[in-house]
Write a new protein. Structure first.
Length: 213
């Protein structure tokens, strides 16, 4: 059942660490959720993210090998682990992406030339570290959007970075030079409507911001 109450989706999202083991998520729904997720913004629209979805006993067992022990309950009970990567070579498709945007009539030829001559060199001449940082930021926005999209689909999540990042790319047969692990997201349904989630507190709002006069 879809939850279209934006306030509830956002304000009542909490990390769930024990999921109903009987709940499976069909692959077509993962496709829908990813499609809804990738409307997230990204630097220069590079979309430098990649999702690996472990939703079988075999793939979840491989994921469990790189997890820290305290994250075993999520891996054991979730419907899937969505492992997010930043893809640091995303800029190589930049010309194609923006040319498509032009060919579909969304920007003028002048705008296309401007975009290609202004931004593409930043990536072509940038360091691997800069491209990785960019990809991590893009993927983090996608991660947050995915967790909210999941709530809209009636699922709960837990973002996870407690794992041995060095093992992650190889687990999915990916090149560690190009794919940077960003976070894993356990997804499923809470066993007792939200009761499995800790109601975490936040610092007072005043502590979080400052008007830079
Ligand atoms: C980048 C990141 C890494 C996290 N890693 C873990 C983790 O390894 N295990 C875990 O149980 N929770 C993990 N969390 C969840 C946080 O503990 C949780 O988001 C935080 O306590 C706030 O609670 P809430 O999500 O219920 O609002 C992680 C969250 C983020 C954003």
């Amino acid at each position: 059942m879809r939850n279209n109450d934006f306030n509830d989706v956002v304000q009542n999202r909490h990390s769930v660490r024990n999921f109903d083991r009987t709940v499976k998520i069909p692959r077509f729904e993962f496709k829908q959720m990813i499609e809804e997720t990738i409307t997230a913004p990204s630097a220069c629209n590079l979309q430098a993210w990649h999702f690996e979805i472990a939703d079988t006993a075999a793939s979840l067992a491989r994921v469990k090998k790189y997890m820290m022990k305290f994250n075993y309950p999520q891996v054991d009970s979730c419907a899937a682990i969505v492992q997010l990567f930043g893809y640091s070579d995303a800029y190589k498709a930049y010309r194609k992406m923006w040319t498509k945007t032009y060919e579909e009539g969304h920007i003028t030829k002048e705008k296309l030339d401007e975009v290609l001559s202004t931004f593409l060199p930043l990536y072509e001449n940038g360091s691997r570290q800069m491209r990785a940082m960019d990809a991590i930021i893009d993927s983090s926005l996608a991660a947050m959007q995915f967790m909210l999209v999941a709530r809209n689909h009636g699922y709960d999540t837990n973002p996870i970075a407690g794992y041995d990042a060095n093992q992650v790319p190889a687990t999915f047969g990916l090149d560690p030079e190009l794919y940077v692990p960003v976070m894993a997201i356990a997804i499923g349904k809470s066993t007792k409507q939200m009761n499995d989630a800790v109601k975490t507190v936040r610092y007072p709002v005043e502590q979080n911001y400052h008007f830079a006069d």
